[in-house]
Structures are given as structure tokens and as C-alpha cells.
Design a protein around this ligand. Structure first.
Ligand code: ZN
Length: 186
């Protein structure tokens, strides 16, 4: 059977202009781009172990990221981000799809459910947005906001490998559930 191809896009990083975009920055100084990449690397290993082919991209402008993924003919596209708010108490996880009713939404729902179970963080639900990585990708795509980096408690969690493992594991299980229409126990 042909391996399913998964693009993992760790949000932010080095842009084509040469400027490094750190993304949101936590109160303790953790940079979102680095957190996204840590989770992405763990997710990549987990997906490869489960028989998926992976393409991990961080750097470059979003147009190029999308183009590269489309050229590679990815079956699914997963963008990893951390949420941010001016309210330091804002918390929880949420997952975006482009539109309701399609495979992207199904994937978002499966990942969101697993994320809430794995992290115990507040369920902010599945949301919809016409982000470039969601609408310009040729395959079902989701954008995961795996916690608020601006929340001091969540930022502390993000500094622990065990949290990154939980997030990556949840995304891998959600992908398997959505892609193969099955429940994954572990
Ligand atoms: Zn971001």
C-alpha cells in the first residue's frame, strides 16, 4: 500500500527576507517558532514510526511552504502553532479547518478531541478560517494551536518534553483516526 504523505509545517521561523520570525513570545521568553519545531520533530518521528511519509517544513514564506507541499503531493497538511493573547489567563487548545463538512474538518475534530484528552487543557473547539495554509493547500489541512504560550502556566508546560510528547502523540492519533476511520487506543 502506498504510504500516506504528511506535511508538517512548524509555524514561523526564517523568512525569505532573511528575517527570523519568532512567532509569539511567552512571558518567560519561550519563542513560539522553537516550540513549534520541537513538537514538529517529535510528530515527524511518531508518524514515520506509524508508516507515514513526512515532509517537515518551517522556514520560508507561506506561499513557498504551500507550494512545496503541493508539489510533493501531500495527502494531509498539519500546521503547528501556539496561541497568544494579551490576556495572560487565556488558555486551552483549538484546531482550525478551512471549511466545515470536509475531510479537513474531520481531521481537525479528531485531532482536537485527542489534544484535549492528552493535555487536559480547556477545549476551545474546532474553528474555521481562510488561512493560506488551509485554503491554498491541495489536500485536507489543519492548523493546531497547541496551547497559549502567553499563559505562564502553559508556557512552563511547553518547556517540558512530556508536554511536547503529549501534543505530538495526540496529533498522530487524531490523524490515524481521521485518515483510516478508526479509533486508536494508544
Ligand atoms: Zn503562530
Amino acid at each position: 500500500m502506498k504510504k500516506l504523505k504528511i506535511t508538517i509545517n512548524a509555524g514561523h521561523g526564517l523568512k525569505n527576507s532573511g528575517v527570523y520570525d519568532p512567532g509569539a513570545i511567552g512571558p518567560g521568553g519561550l519563542r513560539e517558532a522553537e516550540q513549534n519545531l520541537e513538537v514538529a520533530k517529535i510528530l515527524e518521528k511518531k508518524l514515520q514510526a506509524r508508516g507515514f511519509e513526512t515532509l517537515l517544513i518551517q522556514d520560508g514564506d507561506l506561499n513557498d511552504v504551500v507550494r512545496e507541499s503541493n508539489r510533493w503531493q501531500a495527502d494531509y497538511f498539519i500546521a503547528l502553532h501556539c496561541n497568544a493573547s494579551t490576556a495572560s489567563t487565556a488558555e486551552g487548545v483549538e484546531t482550525y479547518a478551512w471549511l466545515p463538512g470536509g475531510m479537513g474538518e474531520r481531521l481537525a475534530k479528531a485531532i482536537q478531541k485527542e489534544l484535549v484528552l492528552a493535555t487536559g487543557l480547556r477545549d476551545r473547539g474546532v474553528k474555521y478560517a481562510n488561512f493560506r495554509v488551509l485554503k491554498d493547500t491541495d489536500c485536507p489541512a489543519v492548523l493546531v494551536e497547541a496551547g497559549f504560550i502567553t499563559n505562564p502556566n502553559t508556557e512552563k508546560l511547553m518547556r517540558q518534553d512530556v508536554f511536547d510528547e503529549k501534543v505530538a502523540g495526540a496529533i498522530a492519533r487524531g490523524l490515524e483516526e481521521a485518515a483510516f476511520n478508526r479509533t486508536v487506543i494508544k
